[in-house]
Design a protein around this ligand. Sequence first.
Ligand code: CLF
Ligand code: SF4
Length: 522
Amino acid sequence: MASSVLGSTAGEPVVDIADVMQKMAEHKGCGTSSEGGKASCGSSAGPADMPPEIWEKVKNHPCYSEEAHHHYARMHVAVAPACNIQCNYCNRKYDCANESRPGVVSERLSPEQAARKVLAVASTIPQMTVLGIAGPGDPLANPRKTFETFRLISEVAPDIKLCLSTNGLALPDWVDEIAKYKVDHVTITINMVDPEVGQHIYPWVFWNHQRVEGIEASRILMERQLKGLEMLTERGILAKINSVMIPGVNDMHLVEVNKAVKARGAFLHNIMPLISAPEHGTVFGLNGQRGPSAQELKALQDACEGDMNMMRHCRQCRADAVGLLGEDRSAEFTTDKIMAMDVQYDAEGRKAYQEAVEAERQAKVAAKADEIAGLDAVGEISVLVAVATKGHGVINEHFGHAKEFQVYELSAKGAKFVGHRRVDLYCQGGFGEEDALDTITRAINDCHAVFVAKIGGCPRADLEKAGIEPVDRFAHEYIEASAIAWFKDYLANVASGAIVHVERGDAAIRQGAYSGGALLAG
Ligand code: CLF
Ligand code: SF4
């Protein structure tokens, strides 16, 4: 294959296409040498797991590195309202399901407002390292606003990584512009590589100034998506593929999608559950199309992992999300508030803070490595555990305050992050909410234990009755090291006959509109 220089300007590193394609082809996501086996991308990956130039791009991107998502935040600016296709899981009233959970964005921003917002957030949240444009429509159906936003931000805050999510229809037309603005991370939502499947997902696309319907719409979309992916790979731009798992429509087919995108150099594959409820007003919501269960989703992700590592920590964010992936701080940064803020962009202060985050991160990795010794003799037993955390890789959330639980799989290979479960808040105004406890139990029903910083007597008793052990003895300690320590005790108890190991059942993925974010009303 001939080498060429694309997307580089004088004085900048030259991208060797042959070299990049080779590395992409060899690469299985990242973190492949982690003790957790093929971890969700970057689970405990470090510079030794991948080429240095790729590590530089992913090390503090919370979506491209599972391990980084405990420590680094992202933000989205909602500058892109229009879309050029129709998905059956989307209602124009709601955020783009490519990157957004159902819910209206509070405000649409001009590029200038967006740039001010980025500075305001970067000044307040020094671990915010990535700015993404992800809707509420398609960023490349709004190219002027999208690239003007990137231009402004790259001028005022050059340390912030730029990220983009698209349905891919217009992607081939804009890849050079993407390279020009050094947008190093691009997500394409690819739900099919067969128009026969696609016709059940996409009723139409707007292409060459006209609306195209039926199977032809999906054929055009598929060809443009795959061409766009190849063009990104050729330029050394990291491409992540999002796929929405729609049981009975594309669930079996997503293994083929996985192979097709891997072959074209995709860096990471993120299979997300369809979130579909009648109140969303989508075609799928109204016709009763269900989403997958937690175990159906995990089984598909596991099946695809043989070909490529999988992202499992996606939160299906809003198009105006701000903060760590599991939190939403967008209400702190409305236009009114940021206009009133005294914004001081302190690049040095941000750098110092991020150096401290790196030290914390390395301490966590070291603690896990210490604890993992001796696990290789455990045999075939593996269990899931749920963890209440506010971030930093630590068990630091009370059971009653958790809006989600992170789920880890414990086995002879160690602790591996395999997903998260959104839940209703148990603690409401100082009282436990019994209905919420039911939804929590259903959401983590496949887990043997739940790790929390603190838990009250009532939920403790109810969880034990449901066969889920509440564990609070590791409060404020590192998640993975604590989970492995607990697992060793569990295995010792099984070996001694003190307890009998039993398989747990399936668990439910929350289907209703998320209620934790203050901006979702209306
Ligand atoms: Fe945003 Fe997407 Fe960039 Fe991340 S989100 S544009 S890659 S900065 Fe991340 Fe959110 Fe999942 Fe997207 S958790 S929905 S994968
Ligand atoms: Fe909706 Fe996004 Fe699909 Fe467009 S690409 S129809 S905004 S989900």
